[in-house]
Design a protein around this ligand. Structure first.
Ligand SMILES: [Zn+2]
Length: 108
């Protein structure tokens, strides 16, 4: 059985199993502009890819990272959106935990 690594969707939110379409593809087509308008544009995609290339491990658990988290939310610090010092490579499960923690009422 081929074991191609899952790729990460350009939307920055989903890991896509090899050979499959991102679950967000339809939604993105329907609402093009929403995620991108919030700042996840091509500049972010490039910065994110560069960060993952140089910081391939999750900062929390050391597993291979699949996404880049903003240490300080870009809602709170939009000027740090493309600042590498505000980037943290994370795996999906650690990021999920962080998102729950941070967005769960204890903003930082
Ligand atoms: Zn992790």
């Amino acid at each position: 059985m081929p074991s191609a690594a899952p790729r990460f969707c350009e939307c920055g939110r989903y890991t896509v199993p090899a050979g499959q379409q991102c679950p967000c593809a339809k939604r993105r087509k329907a609402a093009r502009g929403s995620a991108w308008a919030r700042g996840y544009d091509s500049d972010w995609q490039a910065a994110r890819a560069a960060h993952l290339a140089t910081h391939p491990a999750c900062v929390d658990c050391g597993e291979p990272a699949t996404l880049v988290d903003h240490i300080v939310s870009i809602r709170k610090a939009p000027h740090l959106r493309l600042d590498p010092t505000n980037f943290a490579s994370m795996c999906a499960s650690c990021h999920g935990r962080k998102t729950t923690r941070v967005d769960g009422g204890f903003g930082r």
